[in-house]
Design a binder for this molecule. Structure first.
Ligand SMILES: [Ca+2]
Length: 357
């Protein structure tokens, strides 16, 4: 009997081309990272031959090919069974943070970029919506970067979003290097899995560059992203220097939403200002730096009040104005340095950093 088992193992090795995998690089693109959650969601629950002498450590490991592969990328499921147990399940996630950002070039078949060229057009697109809370804050303050996943009405139920992955790049002048960024996925739905990495949290190997947050969420083989998730995740960030508005301090990259057939679904990313935040377009604040008087010039706002805040957010001086187009604001007597000028208008408020000297 034992001979028979051995013989069948040898037979497999001969008949199917042997594979060499790296645990954590589930999509075999040469790197263990957030994108590796997507194959896990696609293959979740499938079974196949366990990997002989499997380890989570980052070295080339021979594997018996499974008889399943991903529909678009063609990745064999033996790569997705990261812990080699013979079952694709949530335990396979561990290999991703354990080997985060490790790179390899010697898998077999050789690693390929994880490109999903097929994009499924949809009449209304799901989108990621992000905002900062509070929308304005001084140095040393913790702000929340909240990301919602929105599926608008009219989204076709035939498109079945399974998993999403994206990278957020925060303006490096806004944050101190080495200060931890906490990422809190919304775990209210037990059928979702997450991978989140920041420069200080995926510390087993290497990690994302300073200011980069990498994030992925996936259903366990079932399309769990057919409805909105608010929030999808939050990041807690201690800011070092202000960027105004905070919305401009983050960029999204490599956003991928896939369905259960490994096709990409069209989607968007939108930033929202707080409900009362207005744009400074059409409003001129000068001179900046200023000595004695700051002027606010506008043709679009009929009435406003101006407030001067310390960089820590303390109100120092305020003045209301009758309708006009040029509003002088006395700033003499304040020590030289950076301040926040808050403009209040009938349409909402806006904040500008100003320098006094
Ligand atoms: Ca990978």
């Amino acid at each position: 009997m034992r001979h028979l088992q051995l013989l069948s193992l040898v037979f497999c090795w001969y008949v199917l081309p042997a594979q060499v995998i790296f645990p954590g690089d589930l999509n075999n693109d040469g790197r263990a990272n957030y994108l590796d959650l997507l194959p896990l969601g696609l293959a979740y629950g499938r079974t196949g031959p366990p990997r002989p002498e499997a380890s989570l450590a980052w070295f080339a490991q021979p594997a018996i090919p499974w008889s399943f592969q991903l529909p678009v990328s063609g990745v064999n499921f033996a790569f997705i069974d990261a812990d080699g147990s013979g079952v694709v399940d949530s335990l396979d996630i561990a290999a991703i943070p354990f080997n985060y950002d490790s790179v390899q070039t010697t898998a077999f078949p050789p690693p390929q970029p994880y490109l999903l060229p097929q994009v499924l057009p949809v009449p209304v697109r799901p989108h990621l919506r992000y905002r900062f809370e509070p929308p304005v804050a001084g140095p040393g303050t913790e702000v929340r970067l909240v990301v919602d996943y929105i599926v608008p009405p009219g989204f076709p139920p035939t498109a079945q979003p399974l998993a999403i992955a994206f990278k957020m790049r925060i303006n490096p002048t806004m944050i101190s290097e080495g200060v931890p960024i906490a990422v809190l996925p919304n775990t209210i739905n037990p059928n979702l899995m997450f991978v989140a990495a920041t420069p200080t949290s995926a510390q087993f190997w290497r990690s994302p560059q300073p200011g980069v947050i990498e994030f992925a969420a996936s259903g366990k083989g079932m399309p769990q992203l057919g409805q909105s998730i608010e929030p999808l995740m939050e990041a807690l960030i201690i800011i070092e220097d202000m960027i105004l508005p905070l919305q401009d301090a983050v960029e999204f990259e490599d956003t991928v939403l896939i369905d259960i057939f490994e096709q990409r679904i069209e989607m968007d990313v939108v930033g929202v200002r707080s409900p009362d935040e207005v744009t400074l377009a059409g409003i001129k604040i000068f001179p900046n730096p200023a000595c004695d008087v700051l002027y606010v010039e506008t043709k679009v706002v009929a009435f406003l009040a101006l407030e001067l805040y310390s960089i820590e957010g303390l109100l120092l001086h305020s003045q209301a104005y009758p309708p006009g187009s040029l509003f002088p604001f006395q700033v003499s007597g304040f020590p030289a340095g950076a301040y926040l000028l808050r403009l209040r208008t009938p349409a909402g408020a806006a904040t500008q950093k100003v320098i006094l000297r």
